[in-house]
Design a protein around this ligand. Structure first.
Ligand code: 5GP
Length: 120
């Protein structure tokens, strides 16, 4: 059976360096880059280079467990690299109600100020 090719996302183009981005961390599996429209003084995204069907978190299966764990650990590591010693927040928007706009799983890391809770 032939696999159905996945759609090329904006973030695939950033991974392929076809679209410029301010990349702050990269390894074999993950890429972190500054959000183009930051909502806090520090705002970056952590994405899988190969999303393996993870257009959004609700598509996750047990096969994605290792990749998802790696992305979360990377988010914390890059937060430390960014000097977010007083704390930070991770957010994964899933689908329409959450306002997801790019269907390539990504973890938002926001911080650099006191954040309010709960969100709207
Ligand atoms: P979502 O709303 O899907 O959770 O988040 C998508 C995020 O990607 C938004 O915060 C948006 O500002 C960011 N974004 C969209 N296009 C680009 C781009 O071309 N470059 C970068 N660095 N960020 C982008």
């Amino acid at each position: 059976q032939t696999a159905i090719p996945e759609e090329v996302t904006l973030f695939d183009k950033i991974v392929a360096k076809k679209i410029p981005a301010n990349i702050i961390y990269e390894d074999d599996l993950a890429l972190a880059f500054r959000d183009i429209n930051p909502v806090t003084p520090t705002h970056f995204l952590v994405i899988p280079k190969d999303r393996k069907g993870l257009s959004q978190l609700s598509k996750a299966t047990p096969e994605h467990a290792q990749l998802l764990g790696h992305l979360l650990i990377t988010a914390a590591k890059v937060a430390a690299q960014e000097g977010l010693d007083n704390g930070f927040r991770t957010v994964i928007n899933d689908g329409k109600d959450a306002g997801q706009t790019v269907y390539h799983l990504h973890i938002h890391v926001i911080g650099g100020k006191q954040l309010s809770w709960p969100p709207g």
